[in-house]
Ligand binder design. Structure first.
Ligand SMILES: Nc1ncnc2c1ncn2[C@@H]1O[C@H](COP(=O)(O)OP(=O)(O)OP(=O)(O)O)[C@@H](O)[C@H]1O
Length: 795
């Protein structure tokens, strides 16, 4: 024993808690002031009842003796140091052992007592979650809880509400629940505590089995690149109370209950002894012998941090069992510490995540590197992205978007490549236009249809205003250069007409003829100089006739360009020119239209009058009918009805007069209805005529614009000279409805007002639409002009 006491134990520590009792025999048990050494009198001397001069004592060295210490003091002495090791990855066990009713449950859980007197387990949970919060920037921690009760042969899972028992072979099935917050874990612990088996006869809650609360701490250093997670377990064991059968404190417990406690203590004692002797085979045997030791086998070894708290009663009656507990403590102190061994394992899940993140970063870095080194990444661009960029480029050129969003150098390269392709396409078309020869004029309608297709075909070649400006600048530069080179050529194209380029350069409006002359002069210039273009070769006239499809297309493009108006006239100017020209008999049509309008106005006035008359007539007839009914009712009431021989009612003179009046009135009503219908039909006819004339004028105007300006001009106010036109037109529709319904519904003034309001709204919308159309046409015109100027430029 002396040899063992000399040994300085680090991993295992032993503490004793003395139960405060009214009769403590301090003569036989002494605690030194260092609160570490306990002396217990030789029992033989006591039993022998002999007076000895110098009494003999057993000396027991401990790591701390608690007497009248608070729960908090005990916790602070025992647990924090252990917890430090546990967090680092070592297993730890706190054993509470001792005599029955000596305070083991108070030390471990303290559930029966006040909050201040809560035991190690609740304090430990609070401490763990506090540590997790404190080191959240350094460690990622997760806690798992298991709570079991161990009898001699079985382990019961206390976390499960129903009784679930496991034998020595199925201990791995014991549940382990993960908790992310303190209250939840405490709740689970207290619930488990409530499920423990209690002795039936004791006045306090005496436990008959051993219980183990286990918290597995899994932690990983956040900045640790090795991605190794440490896991460690901390067990708090409340051993069943040991005692001598028949001893006073254990009187309320039966022999089996006491036996469980004694067996656990003696197995543990034996196990510690073989652990000290370090005989592996024996260790395994002892582990198999007791289910509790088997359950703790991963942790119950010399490399773990072991804390034993023995609970003793130091009164005369319990001296023997106290001595037994103290001897157990000495065995514990005999444990040789082994080299610290951290429980670590690879955190596969995090490792995968980490590697994925790293891979992503490397990829990104690679992209940046290749961008910096100006590498062509087009190969890395997906088909979808290519298409998207193509659409973007086209949208940009068509002024549909103001800018193109690019993310990488590859995007920029691709966009440039698209521009280059489009430019080349345009160049080749230009050369075709140059080769396409004399211009043929087509009818306006065919030109319009062809222009639509041309526009759609070449939509990708239209550019935004910005790009046009820059192009114009470069064009002017080119023109200046070409001007100096082609002096001779320009002298050929004499007369008052300057070249189109020259005019354009001077800001003078360029006519179609100018453009044509320009093309011709350039052609002759190239002929004169004998310059042969490598790509733009003129085809012989015969062959051109054969390749009709492509040629006609090119001619159309040329005509499109040639026939474009230089400036789009304002609608009012166009209208004025149309009226003045009288090419389409506008004045005659207008005269007729005015005549119809006069008729419509006249008929409309008459119609309203006649309808009013009709109304008055109806009202009068209703009055007559009412009067007649009243007369009849009075006669019936006063029994004045006279009947002839056949039994028919004889009418009074008044009645006969009334009847006549009624039949006259009804005849008049029919005539009046006839009149109204006739006027309506006439009105309808004139409205139809009026509309026809109006339509004809509109068509004539369109034809005039097509011929004169080669484009449509939006002019919806052209017929606004006659306000009634709009009114009567719509009113006409309303009348039409009246006629088809074949009923004489009155056209009331309010309705006319409603119609006016609707008309106004309709006109407003029409005006808006026409403005938009005009704007669109202008834009189209500008685009065409741009195409033409580009073509000119290439010459
Ligand atoms: N140090 C103490 N101070 C005051 N009362 C105590 C102390 N220790 C224990 N007690 C009281 O003694 C009674 C028994 O305590 P406890 O249940 O903790 O003993 P135990 O060792 O767990 O008993 P058992 O082995 O039968 O389960 C309880 O009522 C408890 O409050």
């Amino acid at each position: 024993m002396v040899r063992r006491l000399e040994f300085k134990c680090k991993n295992a520590k032993i503490y004793f808690r003395i139960l405060p009792l009214p009769k403590i025999c301090w003569e036989n048990v002494k605690v030194l002031d260092d609160k570490e050494t306990i002396y217990v009198r030789y029992r033989q001397e006591l039993e022998a009842s002999i007076n000895v001069e110098r009494p003999s004592y057993w000396c027991f060295k401990t790591d701390g003796v608690f007497y009248n210490n608070t729960q908090s003091e005990i916790y602070d002495t025992v647990v924090p140091e252990l917890l430090e090791h546990v967090i680092k990855g070592r297993h730890g066990i706190i054993f509470c052992f001792g005599q029955t009713g000596a305070g083991k449950s108070l030390t471990t859980i303290g559930i029966e007592n006040s909050y201040e007197d809560r035991g190690i387990i609740p304090r430990l949970i609070t401490n763990l979650f506090r540590l997790r919060e404190e080191f959240k920037n350094k460690f990622k921690m997760c806690f798992k809880l298991s709570y079991i009760e161990a009898t001699k042969t079985h382990i019961r899972d206390l976390l499960k509400p129903e009784e679930t028992n496991y034998d020595i072979h199925s201990l791995k099935e014991v549940s382990s629940q993960c908790f992310t917050n303190e209250p939840e874990m405490l709740k689970a612990v207290y619930k488990a505590e409530g499920r423990k088996t209690l002795s039936k006869n004791t006045f306090y809650q005496s436990h008959t089995a051993n219980s183990v609360m286990t918290i597995t701490v899994i932690s990983r250093h956040i900045n640790d690149s090795s991605l190794v997670k440490t896991y460690s377990k901390i067990h708090v064991v409340d051993l069943a109370g040991a005692d001598t059968v028949g001893n006073k404190p254990s009187m309320e417990k039966n022999a089996t209950e006491i036996g469980t406690g004694n067996l656990a203590k003696s197995h543990l004692e034996q196990f510690l002894l073989v652990l000290i002797e370090n005989i592996p085979e024996q260790i395994i045997v002892k582990q198999r012998l007791n289910i509790l030791i088997h359950y703790l086998k991963d942790c119950l070894n010399s490399s773990s941090i072991l804390r034993f708290i023995g609970h003793i009663r130091v009164d005369d009656e319990n001296l023997l069992i106290t001595l037994s507990m103290l001897r157990f403590g000495q065995i514990v102190r005999g444990l040789k510490p082994k080299k610290m061994k951290l429980n670590t394992c690879d955190d596969t899940e995090t490792k995968i995540k980490y590697l994925e993140a790293e891979l992503k970063e490397i990829k990104m870095q690679k992209d940046i590197d290749s961008m910096i080194h100006n590498e062509d990444l087009r190969n890395n661009i997906s088909e979808d992205r290519m298409n998207q960029l193509r659409c973007l480029a086209e949208d940009y050129l068509q002024n549909r978007v103001d800018e193109i969003a690019v993310f990488t150098l590859a995007d920029i390269n691709t966009i440039l490549q698209i521009f280059r392709t489009l430019f080349k396409q345009m160049e080749s078309e230009k050369s075709i236009v140059q080769d396409s020869g004399p211009v043929k004029y087509e009818t306006y309608s065919s030109r319009r249809s062809s222009s639509k297709s041309v526009i759609s075909q070449k939509s990708s070649r239209k550019q935004s205003a910005k790009s046009r400006d820059s192009l114009r600048q470069s064009r002017q530069m080119k023109e200046k250069m070409s001007k100096s080179r082609s002096l001779t050529a320009r002298s050929v194209s004499k007369g008052s007409n300057k070249s189109a380029d020259h005019k354009a350069a001077e800001g003078v409006p360029v006519s179609r003829l100018d453009v044509l002359n320009n093309i011709k002069s350039k052609e002759s210039l190239s002929k004169d100089k004998g310059v042969k273009r490598s790509k733009i070769s003129r085809k012989p006239s015969g062959s051109r006739r054969k390749s009709s499809t492509s040629d006609s297309q090119h001619e159309k493009i040329l005509e499109e360009t040639m026939m474009l108006p230089e400036t789009l006239p304002s609608p009012s100017d166009a209208w004025r020119n149309f009226i003045e020209s009288d090419l389409y008999n506008y004045n005659e049509l207008k005269e007729q239209m005015d005549e119809h309008e006069c008729q419509i106005k006249r008929l409309n006035g008459r119609y309203i009058e006649e309808v009013k008359k009709l109304n008055t007539l109806r009202e009068w007839l209703d009055l007559c009918r009412g009067k007649l009914c009243e007369l009849k009712r009075q006669q019936e009431l006063f029994g004045k009805i006279e009947r002839d021989e056949q039994g028919d009612i004889i009418k009074t003179e008044q009645e006969i007069a009334c009847d006549e009046m009624l039949s006259n009135g009804e005849r008049q009503l029919v005539q009046q209805q006839e009149t109204c219908l006739t006027i309506q039909t006439e009105l309808q006819l004139y409205l139809q005529l009026y509309n026809d004339k109006r339509k004809k004028i509109d068509e004539s105007f369109d034809a005039f614009c097509a011929e004169k300006y080669q484009t449509a001009v939006a002019m919806d106010n052209r017929s606004n000279e006659s306000e009634i036109a709009v009114y009567t037109l719509n009113k006409g529709n309303d009348d039409e409805r009246l006629l088809t319904q074949d009923s004489l519904v009155l056209v009331k003034d309010e309705k006319i007002n409603d119609l006016h309001a609707l008309n106004n709204e309709y006109e407003g919308l029409k005006l808006l639409a026409s403005k938009q159309r005009e704007q669109m046409l202008r834009q189209q015109c500008l685009n065409r002009k741009w195409v033409r100027s580009c073509r000119n430029e290439t010459k």
